[in-house]
Design a binder for this molecule. Structure first.
Ligand code: NIG
Ligand code: FE
Length: 396
């Protein structure tokens, strides 16, 4: 049913701020958005809903998460807090491998329940779209199991979920060459055949895949019509951000060790540069130079990288706050990074932005100032979340 939301104190589209706004929605998409008094006659006869002089923001888009996982890494967290490094733990067979063992053991139903509870927390934090990666299964059977969990989340929950196949690490019982062969010649074609992922991501870094291996996986993904993205320049500089830019990829994520040369390549190709402030801060890495990246013309996005190891972060607003405090973005830019740009990192130009034709995914702030959730740390003044123009109950 068409509906006009009235009495909006202010809205960030996020490219523009409009005060005293009204928003018309039809068929789950934005029909019109502007200053209330300018509402065209056509929409005045539509049913109205008073937002109560509250502010509105686009639904947040978390373009990088590893939400499907089992087990616990609390012990690793404790060890790292005492000084052990993430790299040491990973190379001694812990870290990601720890989650792999637990995720392989878990059934599809168990993984679904775990991920569903996490998705609800993100919903309460204003996240209406999440990208979800596989990558803790490693063996084809378990990677497919993870992707089926994501498909089930998509079918049963109100949020929008975008699935990605992740080449994470080489399993201990495989040679590099045979795993790479299996991943490229069996797993990617099967994932494509079943329609279980939109993109392929590679963890190109120390302890994971090399640049040449990453290139091979990307070539196969592109041959199968899948999009590509990469975990790049996190622990060591590998050149993967430049590679993904040159191959027309969607995004290069992490970027702690990235350089001006990398940013110029990303800017040139329009590949999104995604900061993952949770992982940066928790692993005590240098914060990516977001101000310089933005000024070099990179489309900067922010995401949580939610995962049980390097970023047990459940809040997009906190990720954006860190991008402001440590990356030098303005509050307005952080908002763009967490909505419009992160949607572009998923090739979803009709998400993360409130413009005619885009999906009517938005959050109503408890207050007249839209910046309240960015201003208050650990404070979540969210009155309601709408997806496709429908109010989503917090208990969903
Ligand atoms: O994005 N960098 C690789 N993968 C994840 C970490 C996964 C884990 O530690 O379990 C990341 O940071
Ligand atoms: Fe990640």
């Amino acid at each position: 049913m068409p509906l006009v939301f009235t009495n909006i104190s202010e809205v960030y589209t996020p490219m523009q701020r409009i005060t005293g706004a009204a928003l018309a929605v039809k068929d789950s998409r934005v029909a019109w958005l502007g200053s209330g008094p300018n509402l065209p006659d056509l929409y005045r006869s539509w049913p109205q809903q008073d937002i109560g002089n509250r502010a509105v923001l686009p639904g947040l888009v978390d373009s990088h998460t590893h939400l499907v996982w089992a087990g616990s890494r609390v012990d690793e967290y404790r060890r790292r807090a005492k000084g052990s490094s993430y790299e040491e733990i990973l190379s001694s067979g812990g870290g990601i491998y720890n989650t792999v063992t637990a995720t392989q053991k878990a059934s599809e139903d168990e993984l679904y329940e775990l991920a569903r509870e996490r998705a609800k927390i993100f919903l309460r934090g204003g996240v209406t779209t999440l990208e979800l990666k596989s990558g803790y299964g490693l063996e084809a059977e378990h990677e497919l199991k993870m992707l089926k969990v994501i498909r089930r989340l998509k079918e049963t929950l109100p949020q929008r979920f975008v699935p990605t196949l992740l080449a994470h690490v080489i399993p201990h019982n495989w040679s590099r060459q045979s795993y790479l062969e299996m991943f490229s010649t069996e797993l990617i074609p099967e994932v494509k055949r079943l329609g279980l992922a939109e993109a392929v991501d590679v963890f190109c870094d120390q302890g994971a895949f090399s640049l040449a291996e990453t290139k091979r996986i990307f070539e196969t993904a592109l041959e199968h019509g899948l999009k590509i993205k990469v975990h790049a320049e996190q622990l060591k500089h590998s050149g993967a951000s430049k590679l993904v830019a040159e191959m027309g990829g969607l995004s290069a994520d992490h970027l702690e060790q990235s350089t001006l040369d990398d940013w110029q390549a990303l800017a040139k190709s329009g590949t999104v540069g995604t900061a993952l402030p949770g992982a940066t801060v928790i692993l005590k890495k240098p914060f990516p130079k977001l101000r310089a990246m933005w000024d070099a013309g990179v489309k900067v996005a922010v995401a949580t990288d939610h995962n049980p190891g390097s970023s047990p972060l459940y809040s997009m607003f906190l990720a954006m706050q860190l991008a402001i405090a440590l990356g030098g973005l303005s509050a307005e830019e952080a908002l763009i990074a967490g909505s419009k740009h992160s949607a572009e990192a998923l090739a979803k130009s009709d998400l993360g932005t409130l413009k005619p034709g885009a999906k009517a995914d938005f959050i109503v702030i408890e207050g007249t100032d839209a910046m309240l959730p960015l201003y208050g740390w650990g404070y979540q003044p969210i009155h309601a979340v709408y997806i496709g123009g429908n109010k989503i109950s917090a208990s969903t």
